[in-house]
Design a protein around this ligand. Sequence first.
Ligand code: DGP
Ligand code: NA
Ligand code: NA
Length: 208
Amino acid sequence: MMAATRGALIVLEGCDRVGKSTQAKLLVEYLTKRGKPAKLMNFPDRSTTIGKLLDEYLKQGQEFDDHAVHLLFSANRWEAASSMEKLLKSGTTLVLDRYSDSGIAFSSAKGLDFDWCRNSDAGLPLPDLVLFLQLSQEESRARGGYGQERYEKEQFQATVRDKFSRLQQDNWTVVSAEQKSIEELQCELRKLVDAAVKSALNKSLGHL
Ligand code: DGP
Ligand code: NA
Ligand code: NA
């Protein structure tokens, strides 16, 4: 029999500026208020030793070969894997601000082979639900432009958007963020998350 307590692994994905971090935070607050243990996790996790290298790379202070940096992003997910499994099995739902799909989309947008990018994440906990937030280039531009980090450039983001569209899988739900308030979008996401939390109880945790 499966543990009746398993939490769901929920991932928010999408291009930069789409509102992932805000929505992820609100989802965790929502679940917690309703008595469901939930934890927010952010990838890349810049607080670890590997994460500090990634932070320097993203802030353009440190150069790495593209393959090497992909493996560092992947390692940054792997170093969290065992604690993620433990939390999920003990009944905590995890809401992730980016995960493996960002890894494949961003690294392949730099020209790396798609499958090569995917391979280093094989074996990581499999998301029960990937909420892909979609926003047109026009609206992300209208939201005030990008920041100063390495990937925050319009042309590169367009390539990432194209790579993401090749990644859609069974566990994906594409949600339009176009012309929606934070509250409207949150309301839609909550319904999808409630369903995912419920159905996770009846299936065991998979792996990428
Ligand atoms: P965030 O802190 O979530 O805004 O992420 C910082 C940047 O890192 C963002 O532009 C997306 C990028 N990113 C996230 N994961 C990966 C990855 O696995 N590989 C690569 N190349 N980039 C990633
Ligand atoms: Na960002
Ligand atoms: Na993140």
